[in-house]
Design a protein around this ligand. Structure first.
Ligand code: PXP
Length: 249
């Protein structure tokens, strides 16, 4: 069955909007750990958090708090920097997903250039794997990036679905075609294949055409829906929408 990783960064985005400079206030809310527990109640299979260099949403303490309170696997998203590798080794999350990071961006804008940074990423992957984490590369569904991910011995890839999610007209079918080809190639090369970015309640079924997917990481649309339905219910509805994924076909 297709698994659901819920990205709760935006819960912290809301907290930071009010309390970034007063995290010791007795009024700090919303609570990140409570969000993780609500996601679990709704049927999440893992909790995703991205500690950014600028700490615009979650921080290391949030990830540690969720790890202590919630028994779901943690998928820790991070840039391949010495600071983040140190944090990942301390936190020892179940999964680490390496992502590109650019201070100006509103959200992650594209996949990691694994092919262009093979040597440094090979060292990061090896260090994180020795620390006990399963390592994933967030990449565009491009042959070169998938082959490079296998070559540097990543365990997994997360195919970037943002281009598909934003495509209109004929581009939509061609973006699905890229994801299908990318997933097949990753699977052939022995990589576990996940996907994420821009997935919502409207486009989820289109991804059923992409074979071999194991887990989807979804944040913005679930947290947006949670404003009106509550987080547990929003996660439940997404988990429901993911049922019936055919998998290998
Ligand atoms: N996967 C990765 C690697 C991401 O960076 C993000 C966004 O933080 C997501 C998945 C989730 O994307 P969205 O918030 O659009 O669902």
């Amino acid at each position: 069955m297709l698994k659901l990783g819920v990205n709760i960064d935006h819960v912290a985005t809301l907290r930071q909007a009010r309390y970034a400079t007063m995290l010791d206030s007795p009024n700090v809310e919303p609570d990140i750990v409570a969000a993780a527990l609500a996601a679990k109640e709704g049927g999440a299979d893992s909790i995703t958090m991205h500690v950014r260099g600028d700490r615009r949403h979650v921080g290391e303490e949030d990830v540690a708090g969720v790890k202590r309170a919630c028994d779901l696997p943690i998928n820790f998203e991070m840039a391949s920097t010495a600071e983040m590798v140190g944090i990942a080794l301390r936190l020892a999350p179940d999964f680490v997903c390496l992502v590109p990071e650019n201070r100006q961006e509103i959200t992650t804008e594209g996949g990691l250039d694994v092919a262009g940074q093979r040597e440094s990423l090979r060292v990061t992957v090896d260090t994180l794997r020795r620390g006990g984490s399963t390592v994933s590369m967030f990449i565009d569904p491009d042959k070169e990036q998938i082959q490079a991910s296998a070559e540097i011995k990543a365990d997994m890839i997360e195919l970037h679905t943002g281009c598909f999610a934003n495509a209109t007209g004929d581009r939509r079918a061609s973006e699905i075609g890229r994801l299908v080809a990318g997933s097949r190639l990753g699977h052939e090369l022995g990589l576990r294949v996940n996907a994420g970015h821009g997935i919502n309640y409207r486009n989820i079924k289109e991804l059923f055409d992409v074979p071999h997917l194991l887990e989807l990481n979804i944040g913005h649309s679930i947290i947006s829906r949670a404003i009106t339905t509550g987080l547990e219910q929003a996660v439940r509805e997404m988990a429901e929408a993911m049922k019936g994924y055919p998998g290998e076909s």
